[in-house]
Write a protein that binds this ligand. Structure first.
Ligand code: NAD
Ligand code: TDX
Length: 340
């Protein structure tokens, strides 16, 4: 039995990864370390709480003593770091917590891996570290060689963490890999991000706030395909390497919003154009050739199928998102969007 630490496992991608690993690897035990910030939700993991191959620990990755204790207690075989502040808009309002969690938290984990005897460490990063591509050059894509060129405090903090992970490899021989994925969507996605916000707002009869003219392009990947890619990197990725993950599913924000409305059988009258995001990245587009050629990875879910499944999931799991849309999130929503 191998024990894997999944940090941030009560969040969107981390929780999907926990379910994926327990389902596909009967010889894997998963320990989740999560601070349960506004974005973490233990309800998402509640079906696992009695599973003997699962343990949940509430804790902060920046808490060095607590992290080192946990490492001593568990003797992890591998660590996958999803824990992060992940929302670009929040990073524009309050950058500091992004630097603390995303950079210093990563350093604490790297040190714990080092102390533990060079434990295998995978850093879940993002395509946002490459900055953006112009809208009128559909021939351009992010490769692993594209220079780091960040736009927001969020992406700068993720890039800072990546550089630190690479420095630990070069300086201390740390046993690391990094993946940089495009935008994910699917179950358990916190409804502050575009797709779940638009689905749930439309279901509640609220307006759908599109930034600027809705022309910015994102490259969407169904979350399960991200999980399978990380699993392959853990099994066969070359140490010290970066892997880009994406499935060539580019859509403008307006296309995405209209597709959601069509799936819900609603007209487009609720679309509201609001003030643009400062520094708003124009287009993301991943070249996943390295993942395909080295690890044989390919995505299984088309955007049409994935979006249909996602809309159905939010229709069937209203309790889940109504709970997370209350409380602290409501205060943030009012501050960010006013009364739109
Ligand atoms: P999320 O915001 O849904 O979840 C983050 C989780 O981390 C939450 O459970 C939160 O409680 C936890 N967390 C935050 N600070 C912590 C701390 N200090 N200590 C311990 N736990 C803490 O994020 P997500 O969308 O699931 O993203 C997961 C990772 O994947 C992030 O590192 C993000 O940068 C990266 N990523 C996300 C996307 C995407 O489209 N969502 C794409 C590429 C990469
Ligand atoms: O209300 C909105 N209206 C709107 O038009 C929101 C929340 C977003 N948008 C636009 C901004 C972006 O162009 O939709 C696009 C997607 O926005 P987000 O869902 O906030 O995602 P993005 O900024 O692209 O970042 C995401 O992908 C990379 C994740 O949140 C990051 O964690 C990940 O690293």
């Amino acid at each position: 039995m191998k024990t894997i630490l999944v940090t941030g496992g009560a969040g969107f991608i981390g929780s999907n990864f926990v379910y994926y690993m327990l389902r596909t690897h009967p010889n894997v035990r998963v320990v989740v370390l999560d601070a349960l910030t506004y974005a973490g939700n233990l309800e998402t993991l509640s079906p696992l709480l009695d599973n003997p191959r699962f343990r949940f620990v509430k804790g902060d990755i920046t808490d060095r003593a607590a992290v080192e204790n946990l490492f001593r207690e568990e003797g992890f075989d591998a660590v996958v770091n999803f824990a992060a502040e992940s929302h670009v808009d929040r990073s524009i309002d309050t950058p500091e917590i992004f630097l603390k969690t995303n950079i210093l938290g990563t350093q604490v984990l790297l040190d714990a891996c080092r102390k533990g005897g060079n434990i295998r460490f995978h850093q879940v990063s993002t395509d946002e570290v490459y900055g953006d591509l112009p809208l009128d050059r559909p021939d351009l894509f992010f490769t692993e060689e594209t220079p780091i060129h960040t736009s927001s405090p969020y992406s700068a903090s993720k890039a800072g963490a990546d550089l630190l992970v690479q420095a630990y490899h070069r300086t201390y021989g740390a046993n690391i890999t990094i993946s940089r994925c495009s935008n994910n969507y699917g179950p358990y996605h916190f409804p502050e991000k575009l797709i779940p916000l638009m689905i749930t707002n439309a279901m509640e009869g609220k307006s759908l706030p599109v930034y600027g003219e809705g022309k910015n392009i994102r490259d969407w990947l169904y979350v399960k395909d991200h999980c399978s890619a990380i699993d392959l990197i853990l099994q066969g990725g070359r140490i010290g390497e970066v892997y880009n993950i994406g499935g060539h599913n580019e859509r403008s924000n307006l296309q995405v919003v209209k597709a959601i409305l069509a799936l819900l059988g609603k007209d487009e009258s609720a679309i509201t154009y609001v003030k643009d995001r400062p520094g708003h990245d124009l287009r993301y587009a991943i070249d996943p050739t390295k993942m395909r050629q080295e690890l044989g990875w390919k995505p299984e879910t088309t955007f049409e199928t994935g979006l249909r499944q996602t809309v159905a999931w939010y229709q069937e799991n209203r309790d889940w998102w109504e709970h997370v849309k209350s409380g602290a999130y409501l205060a943030y929503y009012k501050q960010h969007y006013g009364n739109t």
